[in-house]
Design a protein around this ligand. Structure first.
Ligand code: ATP
Ligand code: MG
Length: 858
C-alpha cells in the first residue's frame, strides 16, 4: 500500500525530520526548551500511522499529564488530516498502568476490580497499622511513613527489596510496616498510586510471558518529558523496550523539576548506555521565544554546574527584552499585572504597536518563504496579505498561523479593521506562573475585583481549596452559628472522635427540636446521646464557637500606625478588643486546625499552611469577617462557567511543556523563589532544581516575559521585607529592561516607563533597588499606597486604577456624615489632604485617615 502524502514532514527542520523518520531502534532527542521536541514526537506518531508501521493501538505514548495526552491526540488527528480511531495507549504512566493492571491484577494477588486509594485512605490505613504496633504516632507520624513508602515505590522497591541502608527507616520498623501495609492492601483488594507502576514492574519481572506479550503488542514506544521519570517508570519502560528497542525518548536535562518526587535526571543521561547504538538527535533551533527571552533563560541556567550544556538559537526578530519590575508588596504586584493584562488585551500598549509591525513583517516573510515572491507585488494591506496566505496549506498547518487567520477572517466578516487583531493579545495568550500556590490568592482576588476572567490550571482556585474551605467554614460558624453546612464541615475536622454515628445523632436531635446543628449538638451532650471523649471535644468546640462569636462582635478594623493620626479626645479603651485578622488566627489555632496541618507530614501540608497564612492576610483588606465572607461568596457565585477567553494562573511545575505569548513571573524573591528550603539545604542540589524551574518559567514565554518581585510581603499583619531573588541578578543585563513601579515617579498605572536599563550593571541595579526601597519606606509613599490601595468593601469613592494625587481634594466634604469601623458615626469637620478631622458621635473628635471612612448611607 502506497503511503499517503506527508505534509507534516515539511514543517520540520532536518534534525526533527531525522528523529521522526528514524523509526527503528532507540532514539533520544535531547534538546532545550521550545526546540520542537513535542512537535517532533507528535509527528513521529503520525508518521508511524501514516507509513503503516503501526496501528493506533500498537503505539505506547507516554505524556506527563492527561491534558498533554489529549492535546497530542488532537494534533495527531490534525496532522494526519483525519480522525484517529482510538489511541488507547496514549496517556500518563498512571493512566496506562491502571488499564494494564486491571488485566493482570491476579498476578499480584488483586482482583481486576481493585480500588485505588486516595491519600486520605492511604493514611488512615497506615495509621491503623502504626497504632496496632503500639507506636506513638505523635512522635512517628503516619505521614512520615507514607512518604517513606512512596519513596520506595518510586524506586521500584517491593518490601523484600528494601536495601539494608534503609533498615533504620521509621524507627526501624519502616520495612516491616511496609510489608504489612502491602498485605493489608491485598486483603482490601486495593492499591495506592505508587502501586500502579510498582505492580506492573513486578509482573513484568516475574512473568516473562506477560512481558513478551506486551513487548510484541507495543511495537513503538514514545516518551515525552523523559527527564522527569522516576526509577520505577524507567524500569517499566526499559522492560517493555528491551526486545525491539523501538523507543524514542525526548527530554531536556535543564527542565528536570521533579527531583523532589523521586525523578532521576540520570535516566536521560543513561539512555545511551541502556540502549547502545541509540540515535541521539540534538535540536538547537528554538521556535518559541524571541532572542531576548531565550538569552535571558540561557543566562540563568548557565548558573547550574551539573548540566550537559546546550546552546539555543532562534531566527525570530529581537522583540521585547525581558521586563523586570519591583513592587511595594504582593497586592501591588497583582494590581500591576492586572493593569498590564488589560492594556495588552486592549492593544493600547507600546508593545502592541511594535508587535503589529513585527507581525506584518512576519507575514511578508512567510509569503517569501513559500516561494511566492510575485505575491508580494502589489500587496500593501494586511487584508491582501492574508488572502494570499489562505491559499497555502503548509502555512495553515501551523496552529499559530491558523489561529491568526481565523481571527482575521472573523474580523473581516464583521467588517472590522484587521489591524487591531495584530495589536492585541487575547486573554488566552497570557499566563501567570507562580512558584507557590499561595501566591495565586492575590491575583485571583485582584482579577475578581476588576472582573478579569481567569482560570487556575492544575488545581482548584484559591477559595476552592480544601484547607481554605475548612477555614472559611469556621469563620462562617462564628459569624452565623446556624450555618449547618459549615458545622458539618468542621465538626470533626480536625478529628474530634465524632464518627458518622455521632453526627447522625446530632442531625436527628437538631431536626426533632427544629434547631441548628450546633444547638442540636449541645442538646445531644445534655441528653447523654453523645458521651465520652467525643462529647467533651464537641463541648469544647461549642463553647469555643460561642466565645469567638462574642469576640467577632467586638472586633475593630485593622489599623496601621497612620490610621489615627492624632487623637483629639481621650483614647478609646482597646484592651478587650481584638481585630478580625487576629481573631481569624485565633480561631484557626485554638480549634486545632493549624496544628492538624502542622502535624501532617505529606508534601502538601506546608503548602496548605502557606495558603492559610495567605487567607488570614487577605482578611486585612476587609473591615470584618462578615464583609470578607460576603466578598468570597459573591466571588464564588460569579465564577461557575468555564467558557470564554481567560488568563491562566498556574504553578511553574504545572506549566511544563506549555507556551504562552505573554508570561508573568511574579514573586522572584529569595525565600519564595528560590524556596527557603532550597536555600537552607547544604549543597546546591535544591538550588539547581529551583534554577531549572526559573528556566522552565522564562522559556514558556513567546513574546513578552515579565519578572517581578515585591519589596515587602505581609505576614500576619507584619511587614516583612524581601530581597529580590538571586535569579533576578542572574538575568543577563543586556536582555533586561527595568520598569519603574507605577506611582513612584508620578507615572500612571499601565504606563510604566523604562528607568534607563541596568546602567552600571547588576550592582547599580541593586543600589537603585535599595534607594527605591527607601522611597517605599518613606511615610509619603506608604500613605500614597494606603490611599490608592483599593478596598473591596469600603471603597466607594476611589475608582480602580485611578492615579492618586496627594494634593487632590478629599473625596469627602466638610459637614458630610461618615462611618468609621472603630469610632462609629461622625461628621467631617476639617480636611487636610487625606487626613480628616471628624466629630464622632460617641468617640469625640479625632483625626483619621480617609481610607478608613465610608460615607454613611442615611
Ligand atoms: P518544551 O521543552 O518546553 O516542552 P518542546 O521542545 O517540546 O518544548 P514544542 O512545544 O514541541 O517544543 O515546540 C515549541 C513551539 O515551536 C511550538 O509552538 C511548535 O509549534 C513550534 N515549532 C516546533 N518545531 C517547529 C518547526 N520546525 N517549524 C516551526 N515551528 C516549530
Ligand atoms: Mg515539550
Amino acid at each position: 500500500m502506497a503511503a499517503r502524502p506527508m505534509p507534516y514532514l515539511d514543517d520540520l527542520n532536518p534534525a526533527q525530520r531525522e528523529a521522526v523518520e528514524c523509526l527503528d531502534g532507540p532514539v533520544l532527542m535531547l534538546a532545550g526548551a521550545g526546540t520542537g521536541k513535542t512537535k517532533a514526537l507528535t509527528a513521529r506518531v503520525v508518521h508511524l500511522l501514516n507509513t503503516g508501521r503501526a496501528r493506533p493501538n500498537e503505539i505506547l505514548s507516554v505524556t506527563f499529564t492527561n491534558k498533554a495526552a489529549r492535546e497530542m491526540k488532537n494534533r495527531v488527528g490534525r496532522m494526519l488530516g483525519q480522525v484517529v480511531e482510538g489511541m488507547p495507549w496514549m496517556g500518563t504512566f498512571h493512566s496506562i498502568c491502571v488499564k494494564l493492571l486491571r488485566r493482570h491484577a491476579e498476578l499480584v494477588g488483586l482482583k481486576s476490580n481493585f480500588t485505588i486509594l486516595d491519600t486520605d485512605d492511604q493514611l488512615r490505613l497506615l495509621k491503623q497499622l502504626v497504632q496496632a504496633r503500639g507506636i506513638d504516632d505523635k512522635r512517628w507520624p503516619a505521614r512520615m511513613l507514607a512518604n517513606i513508602i512512596d519513596d520506595w515505590k518510586n524506586r521500584a522497591l517491593t518490601p523484600d527489596r528494601v536495601p539494608a541502608a534503609d533498615a533504620g527507616a521509621y524507627n526501624h520498623v519502616g520495612p516491616k510496616l511496609y510489608a504489612e501495609y502491602q498485605a493489608r492492601l491485598r486483603e482490601l483488594n486495593a492499591c495506592d498510586f505508587g502501586d500502579l507502576l510498582l505492580h506492573m514492574v513486578t509482573i513484568f519481572q516475574t512473568h516473562p510471558d506477560v512481558l513478551e506479550q506486551y513487548q510484541r503488542w507495543f511495537r513503538y514506544i514514545l516518551v515525552d518529558e523523559y527527564q522527569d521519570t522516576n526509577v520505577a517508570q524507567y524500569l517499566w519502560l526499559r522492560l517493555l523496550a528491551s526486545a525491539h528497542k523501538n523507543i524514542c525518548c525526548v527530554g531536556d536535562d535543564d527542565q528536570s523539576i521533579y527531583g523532589w518526587r523521586g525523578a532521576e535526571v540520570g535516566n536521560i543521561l543513561r539512555f545511551e548506555k541502556d540502549f547502545p547504538g541509540a540515535h541521539v538527535v540534538r535540536l538547537e533551533q528554538n521556535y518559541r521565544s524571541t532572542p531576548h527571552i531565550l538569552a535571558a533563560a540561557s543566562g540563568v541556567i548557565r548558573g547550574n554546574s551539573n548540566r550537559l550544556g546546550k546552546e539555543l538559537w532562534t531566527e525570530a526578530e529581537d522583540g521585547e527584552k525581558v521586563r523586570l519590575i519591583g513592587h511595594w508588596d504582593g497586592e501591588e504586584e497583582a494590581r500591576w499585572v492586572g493593569e498590564e493584562i488589560e492594556s495588552l488585551s486592549e492593544g493600547s500598549s507600546a508593545i502592541a504597536k511594535r508587535r503589529q509591525n513585527a507581525r506584518s513583517e512576519q507575514l511578508k516573510r512567510e509569503i517569501q518563504r513559500l516561494d511566492d515572491r510575485d505575491a508580494l507585488r502589489g500587496l500593501n494591506s494586511l487584508e491582501q496579505l492574508f488572502e494570499r496566505l489562505k491559499k497555502h496549506e503548509s502555512f495553515l498547518a501551523d496552529e499559530t498561523n491558523r489561529n491568526l487567520l481565523w481571527e482575521l477572517t472573523s474580523r473581516q466578516q464583521e467588517g472590522l479593521s484587521l489591524e487591531p487583531a495584530f495589536k492585541k493579545f487575547f486573554l488566552d495568550d497570557m499566563a501567570i506562573l507562580v512558584r507557590a500556590s499561595h501566591q495565586m490568592r492575590a491575583f485571583e482576588d485582584r482579577f475578581l475585583t476588576i472582573g478579569l476572567p481567569y482560570r487556575v490550571i492544575g488545581g482548584p482556585r484559591f477559595y476552592e481549596r480544601l484547607e481554605i474551605r475548612d477555614a472559611m467554614a469556621y469563620f462562617r460558624m462564628v459569624v452565623s452559628p446556624s450555618d449547618d453546612l459549615a458545622f458539618e464541615r468542621i465538626v470533626n475536622t480536625p478529628k474530634r472522635g465524632l464518627g458518622d454515628k455521632a453526627q447522625q445523632t446530632i442531625q436527628r436531635i437538631a431536626r426533632e427540636n427544629g434547631v441548628p446543628l450546633v444547638d442540636g449538638a449541645a442538646l445531644a451532650i445534655e441528653q447523654g446521646a453523645i458521651k465520652g471523649k467525643g462529647a467533651s471535644a464537641l463541648g469544647r468546640l461549642i463553647t469555643d464557637l460561642a466565645r469567638w462569636g462574642r469576640m467577632t462582635r467586638a472586633t475593630v478594623a485593622v489599623e496601621s500606625d497612620d490610621d489615627v493620626v492624632e487623637d483629639l479626645a481621650q483614647p478609646m479603651p482597646t484592651n478587650s478588643e481584638v481585630n478580625h485578622v487576629e481573631l481569624a488566627q485565633v480561631i484557626l489555632d485554638e480549634s486545632g486546625y493549624t496544628a492538624m496541618w502542622q502535624n501532617d507530614k505529606t508534601p502538601e501540608a506546608p503548602g496548605r499552611l502557606e495558603n492559610l497564612k495567605e487567607l488570614v492576610k487577605a482578611l486585612e483588606n476587609f473591615e470584618n469577617l462578615q464583609g470578607f465572607l460576603e466578598h468570597v461568596s459573591l466571588v464564588m457565585d460569579n465564577e461557575s462557567d468555564d467558557h470564554g477567553a481567560k488568563v491562566s494562573i498556574m504553578t511553574l511545575h504545572a506549566a511544563k511543556g506549555l507556551e504562552f505569548p505573554v508570561v508573568f513571573l511574579p514573586g522572584w524573591e529569595d525565600g519564595l523563589f528560590p524556596s527557603q528550603r532550597s536555600m537552607d539545604e547544604s549543597g546546591v542540589k535544591g538550588l539547581e532544581e529551583e534554577r531549572r524551574l526559573a528556566y522552565v518559567g522564562i522559556t514558556r514565554a513567546e513574546e513578552v516575559c515579565t519578572v517581578s518581585f515585591a519589596g515587602n510581603r505581609r505576614v500576619f499583619g507584619q511587614w516583612q521585607s524581601q530581597m529580590p531573588s538571586r535569579f533576578v541578578d542572574e538575568l543577563p543585563e543586556e536582555h533586561v529592561e527595568v520598569l519603574t513601579p507605577p506611582g513612584l515617579y508620578g507615572g500612571g498605572y499601565g504606563a510604566a516607563a523604562p528607568m534607563g536599563g541596568f546602567g552600571g550593571g547588576v550592582k547599580s541595579t541593586l543600589e537603585t533597588r535599595a534607594s527605591e526601597a527607601n522611597v517605599y519606606n518613606s511615610p509619603g509613599w506608604r500613605r500614597l499606597q494606603a490611599r490608592s490601595s483599593e478596598r473591596p468593601v469600603s471603597q466607594p469613592r476611589e475608582a480602580a486604577g485611578q492615579v492618586i494625587d496627594l494634593t487632590a481634594v478629599s473625596a469627602f466634604e466638610v459637614g458630610e456624615r461618615v462611618f468609621h469601623q472603630k469610632f462609629g458615626y461622625g461628621l467631617v469637620s476639617g480636611i487636610e489632604g487625606d487626613k480628616l478631622e471628624i466629630h464622632f458621635e460617641k468617640a469625640g473628635t479625632k483625626k483619621v485617615v480617609a481610607r478608613f471612612l465610608v460615607a454613611a448611607d442615611d
